[in-house]
Design a protein around this ligand. Structure first.
Ligand code: V47
Ligand code: SF4
Length: 384
């Protein structure tokens, strides 16, 4: 008896999939780029199983079941901030600085020394924008970390922090970034992007660097040979067009520079901030967003689920919806997300726990460095 072979689009046709969605599935299968209209249509009409199946297919085509994590820790120099983003639960205004924290140079170096002899590969430095912590101060911090532990990759400062410290030092963005690079900065984290579209940005974070400023800082870093990440804060007042506009601007820059390591959707958490009246997105919406990001951002190899923000169980689910990176061990060194209401109140995962999470969904855990070079593949159930 002849058995008919079905391909992906045959199966979708049998399931009576809408003809426009079917055309999108065919494009994905043929590795053709989706338009902005198609991106919006996926948000409007793409059922969870449909976008998830396609995103899983694309992630497997790229990564063959591998899921990355790294061993890292954070330094949060201060939560005192000159800006007043409405979604932020973490910052304290300068006039209330006694309610916040300001780490000294020595306190930050002590955090680095605490990891002496431990196999961490990355330090992530990000915090509020303190009017008295300037470019000179951070260059000194970078060079002291570099001198103490030359092999530790320093990923530091959102474009918001960089824009402020470089403008205050009266340098051009290129001069400031060059100075920080010479002091030891190697990559930029993706924070501060929020939603680029001014209709949203002017409401949720009107006073900090705008979309063009954020993009210019990352493009300058890429042109200086540094890599960076990109984020999108979703699940508040933005609509589907704003999300696709945001992703499209990043996709265009990635075509020009190739300097982004990964894309990180950040779920808005509503505890103790000026947007607490907004209901958080559902897990179905979270998973759809990760899947659609994987389909639309066709020139980003890596899609990261940041588990301290999403919670480890939702992060684990995203691994079947296009995600191939879980960030890292963190070791309870960040407060931004616990203060915003994440279920992860003391975020810390051992290598073994991360590997178990990844194995449990049938994937292969791989430890990576910041630039996604593979350090160790954990093919067996137990982490070594
Ligand atoms: O820009 C602040 C977000 C970001 C809330 O590059 C909130 O590897 C949700 O960008 N609900 C900073 N999100 C952190 C960041 C980051 C985190 C992890 C890894 C990387 C990376 C970058 O945190 C801010 C903002 O978008 N944020 N408050 C909140 N209530
Ligand atoms: Fe300051 Fe960043 Fe909070 Fe905005 S999100 S208020 S820039 S710490």
């Amino acid at each position: 008896m002849m058995v008919k072979e079905y391909n992906l689009t045959d199966v979708l046709r049998l399931a009576n999939t809408d003809s426009k969605l079917l055309a999108i599935a065919e494009k994905v299968q043929n590795q053709e780029r989706l338009t902005e209209e198609e991106g919006v249509l996926l948000f409007e009409k793409g059922a969870l199983g449909f976008v998830g199946g396609l995103a899983n297919f694309v992630a497997d085509r790229l990564h063959h079941g591998r899921v990355y994590f790294n061993r890292n820790f954070h330094i949060e120099p201060t939560n005192v901030c000159v800006f007043t983003c409405n979604f932020c639960s973490y910052s304290r205004q300068y006039k209330h600085k006694d309610d916040g924290w300001e780490l000294s140079m020595e306190q930050m170096l002590d955090i680095v020394r605490k990891y002496d002899g431990q196999p961490v590969t990355e330090v992530h430095i990000v915090g509020g924008v303190h009017p008295k912590m300037n470019l000179e101060f951070f260059c000194e911090l970078l060079s002291k970390i570099r001198a103490h532990r030359p092999g530790l990759h320093i990923k530091g400062f959102t474009a918001v922090e960089l824009d402020y410290m470089i403008r205050k030092a009266k340098l051009t963005i290129e001069e400031g970034m060059q100075k920080l690079k010479e002091a030891g900065l190697q990559s930029l984290p993706g924070g501060g992007a929020e939603i680029f579209h001014p209709d949203v940005r002017n409401i949720i974070c009107a006073d900090k660097v705008d979309a063009d400023g954020w993009l210019n800082i990352h493009e300058t870093a890429h042109n200086l040979g540094m890599h960076s990440n990109a984020t999108m804060l979703y699940g508040h007042i933005e609509n589907y067009e704003h999300r696709i506009d945001h992703m499209s601007r990043l996709r265009q820059m990635q075509d020009r520079t190739g300097g982004f390591n990964c894309f990180i959707p950040l779920k808005f958490r509503n505890k103790d901030n000026d947007m607490s009246n907004i209901v958080e997105s559902t897990i179905v919406e979270d998973l759809r967003l990760f899947a659609i990001s994987r389909l639309f951002m066709d020139n980003f190899r890596n899609l990261k689920a940041y588990w301290p923000m999403l919670g480890r169980q939702t992060a684990q689910l995203t691994l079947s919806f296009g995600v191939n990176d879980l960030d890292g061990t963190i070791d309870d060194t960040t407060k931004i997300y616990s203060m915003a209401g994440s279920e992860e109140q003391n975020p810390s995962l051992s290598t073994e726990e991360l590997c178990d999470m990844i194995h449990a969904v049938g994937r292969i855990p791989v430890e990576r460095d910041t630039l996604y070079n593979e350090i160790k593949v954990y093919s067996n159930a137990m982490a070594g």
